[in-house]
Design a protein around this ligand. Structure first.
Ligand SMILES: [Zn+2]
Length: 332
């Protein structure tokens, strides 16, 4: 929603440049185009057919666009093989917007690149991680001309390893400097979204500008309400990852939260990559046959309607909430 006291339209950065926020439309908030272990592909080109995978990504994303999806948020960051020149080739050929992220994805340590530099490190000083995130958002990623519009970080374990805590704090600081909102990867099964909120709160982050991602992996409503009542959005964003939680459970959890009045804090997505090298295509088909960009429109929305979730609430989760998330973009 545009600020009433400003005539400036809110612009959201995408791979193809800034767009007025009204053009986001139906938005899948946590997806991936490619998740790769870049060093593996660089050293083993026989393991990766780049042109074929770009074609496949175009086909997969076009199918989502045909269902009415206007925007996907590609939360692939450092540690997941982010490479913008490749994403630009895909974006130029698909009829939807691709929003990209900056951040570091790690469950354990910070990347060695940062290990000796920054606060509390051998070469004490401003955190180069923060500087890099800010540059990605304000100037663009490398020389691609593409600006990141969102920050992403991850916690996987019950505790908070030192390197991961650094990434969370760097994310929070870059958020406050730039105003770009935050989305996370959390492990709902160990309830560590609460840990993320605690660190963000210590860094002075407005928790309403954060999506605690992968919250739909659990049906622990007490935990989910605690996160919601602290003000954050929840990412019900792994539809299709049946090996973690089945679609029936995911739908039931969303419906219960909508009926409890939380529709304005929920976003829907698949966390789906066009290609991820953690699995072979056969393995992926085996563990997650419905894990593709059309699952929400083809299967989940009908199931939600069957569970008495209104079209209004669906519009709120797919259109209004992403727009509200990206419209709060002022530094503070
Ligand atoms: Zn993800």
């Amino acid at each position: 929603m545009a600020k009433l006291d400003s005539l400036e339209p809110v612009i959201v950065e995408t791979v193809e440049g800034g767009i007025p926020i009204e053009q986001l439309g139906t938005t899948l908030m946590h997806e991936h185009v490619f998740v790769l272990s870049s060093e593996i592909q660089e050293n083993n080109p026989q393991l990766w057919d780049e042109e074929a995978q770009i074609d496949s990504a175009v086909t997969r994303l076009t199918a989502a666009a045909e269902r009415g999806v206007r925007t996907i948020v590609d939360l692939t960051v450092l540690g997941q093989g982010r490479y913008l020149p490749r994403i630009k080739k895909v974006a130029a050929r698909v009829p939807l917007n691709i929003v990209v992220a900056t951040g570091v994805y790690t469950y354990n340590d910070e990347p060695m690149y940062f290990a000796f530099r920054g606060p509390g490190r051998v070469f004490e000083g401003p955190d180069p991680m923060v500087e890099l995130f800010v540059r990605d958002i304000t100037e663009g990623i490398g020389d691609t001309g593409v600006k990141a519009a969102v920050l992403k970080c991850a916690t996987e374990t019950e505790d908070l390893p030192e390197g991961v805590e650094r990434v969370l704090r760097a994310t929070a600081q870059a958020h406050r400097v730039t105003g770009a909102p935050i989305q996370t990867h959390s492990n709902a099964l160990v309830r560590n979204g609460l840990l993320q909120q605690k660190v963000f709160e210590e860094e002075g982050v407005d928790l309403s500008r954060v999506v605690i991602g992968h919250s739909g992996d659990t049906d622990d409503l007490g935990y989910l309400r605690e996160l919601l009542d602290a003000g954050s959005f929840l990412g019900m964003d792994r539809f299709g990852m049946e090996f973690i939680a089945p679609v029936e459970q995911r739908v039931k959890t969303v419906a219960e939260l909508v009926h409890a009045g939380y529709a304005e804090q929920l976003v829907l997505s698949h966390d789906c990559p066009c290609y991820l090298d953690y699995l072979t295509p056969d393995q992926r088909e085996l563990v997650a046959p419905s894990w593709h960009y059309t699952h929400i429109h083809d299967d989940v929305l009908p199931a939600l309607r069957h569970a008495d979730v209104s079209d209004d609430a669906i519009h709120t989760m797919l259109v209004d909430n992403p727009r509200r998330f990206f419209s709060a973009n002022a530094p503070y």
